[in-house]
Design a protein around this ligand. Structure first.
Ligand SMILES: [Ca+2]
Ligand SMILES: [Ca+2]
Length: 147
């Protein structure tokens, strides 16, 4: 069974992405909400093993839509400032983030070691937090509709 959405053919791909069982199609891409809680590094590995990557919200629409998929708990995002404190990068390509939705007074690097980002329950807001904490995570597929 495929673990990520797949292009059923055609180029360009118009509305042809279908999502595997357990994945939900949101705004043309497939997303998977984990049923287990893992630390950040293990969440990255889990998404890779599923053929995707940890969710990297790149605009308000997708940030909000995926938050609705996970209404009741924290989940990891694929964004860190581990390389340089205060410089938040997408994990998949190492580029600076171009969109953020920090909770008020965040990111605060509380305690000096908050290098990862999670979304707060019943919220679309982000908080920086120590990477060793364990939360659910959202993986995103690597293929888009209408690329
Ligand atoms: Ca930090
Ligand atoms: Ca924080």
């Amino acid at each position: 069974m495929k673990s990520v959405c797949e292009d059923s053919g055609g180029d360009p791909c118009n509305g042809c992405v279908s999502c595997a069982s357990g994945w939900t199609k949101i705004l043309g891409r497939c997303f998977y909400l984990s049923t287990t809680s893992l630390n950040h590094a293990d969440a990255v590995s889990d998404c890779q093993a599923r053929g995707g990557k940890l969710f990297e919200p790149r605009n308000e629409d997708i940030n909000a839509a995926v938050a609705a998929l996970a209404p009741s708990g924290y989940y990891w995002l694929g964004i860190t400032d581990i390389v340089t404190e205060g410089v938040w990068l997408y994990e998949s390509d190492g580029q600076p983030i171009t969109y953020s939705n920090w909770f008020k007074a965040e990111p605060n690097n509380h305690g000096g070691d908050e290098g990862c980002v999670h979304v707060q329950p019943a919220s679309t807001n982000w908080n920086d937090i120590e990477c060793y904490n364990v939360y659910a995570h959202v993986c995103e597929g690597l293929i888009y509709d209408n690329p």
